[in-house]
Write a protein that binds this ligand. Structure first.
Ligand code: FES
Ligand code: FES
Length: 144
């Protein structure tokens, strides 16, 4: 019988029992919990589009085994805001039309949220450093 793991996602308690406890958190979020905002890019911790907050820290979910998040608090991009009530960061990205295709933006928003939670008035250099683990395939880094 598959082992179950309980944790919280976007403020709600969840419990999952994947066939393989090494299943990446990203797969569980997308395939079992229906949270499609977190993206699969490289699967190798190289691009950052799978970033989520785990106990408030930005982490790549593509290689994070689900067993390792048992008891933890996860925030995905869906937990930042909604279409009706976007987080100020989401609104800013919309207002500035920062992205192009948008594929990287979930991860970038998560990294940006972690930054402003820790440092509400970052310098440009601090922003660049915080987003260093996120790759934009469209080459929109400067605009973002
Ligand atoms: S998909 Fe996780 S870092 Fe690229
Ligand atoms: S906007 Fe297309 S990957 Fe970043």
């Amino acid at each position: 019988m598959a082992k179950g793991f309980a944790f919280s996602v976007n403020g709600k308690p969840v419990s999952v029992a994947p066939a393989n406890e090494e299943t990446p958190l990203l797969n569980v979020l997308r395939n079992e919990l229906g949270l499609m905002g977190t993206r699969f890019g490289c699967g190798l911790e190289q691009c950052g589009c799978c970033m989520v907050l785990i106990d408030g820290q930005p982490e790549k979910s593509c290689t994070k085994p689900v067993w390792s998040v048992a008891g933890k608090t996860i925030t995905t991009v869906e937990g930042l805001g909604s279409e009706a009530r976007p987080h100020p960061l989401q609104q800013a990205f919309l207002d500035e039309q920062a992205g192009q295709c948008g594929y990287c933006l979930s991860g970038i928003l998560i990294s940006a949220k972690a930054l402003i939670d820790a440092n509400p008035s970052p310098t440009r250099a601090e922003i660049a450093a915080a987003l260093d683990g996120n790759i934009c395939r469209c080459g929109s880094h400067n605009r973002i």
